[in-house]
Design a protein. Structure first.
Length: 73
């Protein structure tokens, strides 16, 4: 099973970017998302941004992930 994770874009360099969630950063590709800018939120799967999100959507997704993690503890 694979999981897509919402990240906040910190920087963009061509088709590569750096995103952050929960204090962790990740390099990713943004080939599929036009006009990506720092501050935007994206859903990332297998190292690629696959969808642009609003801040509210990203926070709701992260809360659901955290809820699942908490349930496993």
């Amino acid at each position: 099973m694979c999981l897509a994770v919402p990240l906040k874009i910190l920087s963009v360099d061509g088709r590569q970017a750096v995103g952050e969630a929960g204090g962790l950063t990740q390099k990713l590709r943004v080939d599929f998302i036009p006009d990506i800018r720092p501050g935007d939120y994206v859903m990332v799967h297998a190292g690629f941004a696959i969808e642009k999100l609003t801040e509210q959507q990203a926070k709701e997704n992260l809360a659901c992930i955290q809820e699942a993690v908490d349930a496993l503890e």
